[in-house]
Write a protein that binds this ligand. Structure first.
Ligand SMILES: *[C@@H]1O[C@H](CO)[C@@H](O)[C@H](O)[C@H]1NC(C)=O
Ligand SMILES: *[C@@H]1O[C@H](CO)[C@@H](O)[C@H](O)[C@H]1NC(C)=O
Ligand SMILES: *[C@@H]1O[C@H](CO)[C@@H](O)[C@H](O)[C@H]1NC(C)=O
Ligand SMILES: *[C@@H]1O[C@H](CO)[C@@H](O)[C@H](O)[C@H]1NC(C)=O
Ligand SMILES: *[C@@H]1O[C@H](CO)[C@@H](O)[C@H](O)[C@H]1NC(C)=O
Ligand SMILES: *[C@@H]1O[C@H](CO)[C@@H](O)[C@H](O)[C@H]1NC(C)=O
Ligand SMILES: *[C@@H]1O[C@H](CO)[C@@H](O)[C@H](O)[C@H]1NC(C)=O
Ligand SMILES: *[C@@H]1O[C@H](CO)[C@@H](O)[C@H](O)[C@H]1NC(C)=O
Length: 513
């Protein structure tokens, strides 16, 4: 999420290009933001006073050069004695971070009429310094994250006619006055505060595109989202106490990302049914029992790529995934599924990762071979921590499968048919099962298998068990009951790493060899 935010705030991580006054401004440093740009980044860290900053920078740059100034990890006890005006700089971006600021004298901030970006994050401000904001008429971005704000009043952002990006994350805000938020906001971060209710503050924000409300104590969003305008593309309300989603969500047809993990949702109530642009839907750690209890929730989600439903109480999927034609990652870990039918993913040609770990699956049904189009290439399938006793040949021919995790099940044997056609399989984990032999497995040819994990089973002997595994490099067989190892176990195996000949490593601790 943080790289996301940096992009949002327009911070750049440019190369260190030349800045001619480098020596003269020491101990501050400078570099050109980008080739051909008129902006110079000036940084002063660990200053002992504001006087030191003034002495270093005063009149060192031409007044038409745009300066992005950062003063961080510094002591500014003598703030009162100077003003930014004295620097004689055209400061467009100003960052005062980690400076232990608790009050900002108004007089100091004279001369910042061109400042569009102000960050006061990581200080100890008890309230929004609205008196200094009034001196920055063209301010577009304001970051007062991780400070000590408790309330946002109607006055705080008054007269800020161009404020578009506002970050108030990581404060202690419990009170929001009803008209406190400027209607020009496009990005708003109120995450990690103490909000229990939004108090109608967002109703008039018609331009809002990104909204972060995560990590608060919200119990409802009903009638709290912007009343008009439907530009919202991202809503993060994870880690709250929401029991249902607001019906109004249906109006936001441009939504691309919805994050509602760690709430108390029982269902989706049909709210995302029509979100045709939705790409990411994160609902893990809720109490969802049915995805199609009221209506089929996913009917029109044909852009959805990432569906996170882990740590819920789903018992069955009941065909609800069928419309998700763009789905790439399906995460159903830690639910109560008892069965998984490959029919459920029929037609999902872009699906690559399926996580079904930590369920109660005792039965796999539907054969890939018959059901799944050749274009479908599941790359990773997690089925660990379930109740599988057999695979019933269900995985036969899962095209493209590279990583298969079957650890912590009740498998007693793996039949030759079970893994047939898995030509791309590189990693197979069958550890913590009840396997007594791999002999049958060896009849399957797995031309790409490099790593085999079969520790903590009940294997007793190794004969020609690797004969179907020509490229094996690592076999973990520790903690079994192996007593004998056949002479020609690895006679047909030639480990290759990056096309060079490697060494097959076999781990056998905890056996009786
Ligand atoms: C800075 O201001 C304080 C009062 O705020 C004053 O006592 C001190 O002498 C001033 N220092 C300088 C260097 O002007
Ligand atoms: C931060 O400022 C407060 C007073 O505002 C002061 O008591 C404290 O010592 C300062 N902390 C540091 C690390 O300078
Ligand atoms: C906003 O502008 C009006 C008119 O110029 C002024 O009266 C008011 O005090 C300003 N608000 C703040 C918080 O400075
Ligand atoms: C947060 O605000 C509450 C009052 O709303 C206050 O009691 C508490 O001390 C504040 N916590 C911090 C860390 O400032
Ligand atoms: C809600 O807004 C009203 C009007 O601005 C204000 O008086 C009240 O304190 C606010 N309540 C909360 C919980 O923020
Ligand atoms: C599935 O989600 C869980 C958290 O709910 C996460 O730990 C796990 O890594 C995810 N699985 C995949 C394959 O990304
Ligand atoms: C499965 O879906 C059908 C119709 O969509 C419904 O009648 C049935 O009750 C559902 N079964 C479960 C277990 O949810
Ligand atoms: C298979 O899953 C188990 C349990 O989640 C994990 O510890 C193990 O590392 C996984 N195996 C592989 C090869 O990634």
């Amino acid at each position: 999420m943080s790289t996301f935010l940096y992009t949002l705030l327009g911070l750049s991580v440019g190369a260190s290009l030349h800045c001619s006054v480098r020596r003269e401004i020491s101990p501050c440093t400078c570099r050109v933001q980008e080739p051909n740009s008129n902006t110079i980044l000036v940084a002063c860290e660990r200053m002992i006073s504001f006087t030191q900053v003034v002495e270093a920078l005063k009149d060192k740059f031409a007044p038409d050069v745009e300066i992005s100034l950062r003063i961080a990890y510094s002591r500014m006890d003598d703030f009162f004695n100077h003003t930014f005006q004295e620097l004689g700089l055209a400061v467009t971006d100003l960052k005062l971070n980690h400076d232990n600021l608790s009050s900002l004298p108004e007089s100091v901030f004279a001369g910042l009429g061109r400042t569009e970006y102000l960050s006061l994050a990581d200080n100890s401000l008890p309230e929004v310094p609205n008196h200094i904001l009034q001196q920055m008429p063209v301010l577009k971005t304001l970051d007062i994250g991780r400070s000590r704000l408790q309330a946002i009043t109607d006055k705080d952002f008054q007269n800020m006619t161009d404020l578009q990006h506002l970050v108030l994350a990581g404060n202690n805000i419990s009170q929001l006055d009803q008209s406190s938020m400027p209607h020009t906001l496009r990005h708003l971060h109120l995450g990690r505060n103490k909000l229990m209710h939004l108090n109608d503050t967002l109703r008039g924000l018609t331009e809002l595109e990104w909204l972060f409300l995560n990590g608060n104590q919200l119990t409802t969003l009903d009638e709290q989202l912007p009343r008009e305008g439907n530009k919202l593309a991202l809503l993060h309300a994870g880690s709250n106490q929401l029991q249902k989603l607001p019906q109004e969500l249906q109006n936001f047809i441009l939504l691309e990302s919805l994050f509602f993990q760690h709430n108390e949702l029982l269902n989706l109530g049909g709210t995302v049914q029509r979100a045709r642009n939705l790409k990411r839907l994160h609902l893990c750690h809720n109490k969802i029992q049915e995805v199609n209890m009221i209506v089929n929730e996913f009917t029109e989600l044909d852009s959805l790529e990432d569906l996170q439903l882990g740590h819920n109480q789903l018992i069955s999927l009941n065909g609800s995934l069928a419309p998700l034609r763009s789905l790439r990652c399906l995460n159903l870990t830690n639910n109560l599924l008892q069965e998984f039918s490959l029919q459920d993913i029929q037609g999902l040609k872009r699906l690559r990762i399926i996580d079904l770990s930590y369920n109660k699956i005792s039965h796999l049904s539907g054969r890939m071979e018959n059901l799944v189009e050749p274009e479908t290439r599941i790359v990773e399938l997690r089925l660990d921590h379930n109740l599988l006793r057999t695979l019933d040949g269900a995985l036969m021919g899962v095209h493209g499968l590279q990583k298969l995790n079957l650890s912590n099940n009740l498998l007693e044997k793996i039949a030759p048919d079970d893994l047939i056609g898995l030509e791309d399989l590189r990693i197979l984990d069958v550890s913590f099962n009840r396997l007594t032999t791999l002999e049958e497995t060896s009849k399957t040819f797995l031309p790409s298998l490099e790593q085999l994990y079969a520790s903590h089973n009940a294997l007793t002997a190794l004969k020609q068990d690797f004969h179907g595994l020509p490229t094996l490099c690592r076999a973990d067989l520790s903690h079994n009951q192996i007593q004998s190892i056949g002479r020609d176990l690895a006679s047909k195996t030639h480990c290759r790493m990056h096309r060079l000949l490697g060494v097959l490593r076999v781990y056998l601790t905890g056996n009786m060899v």
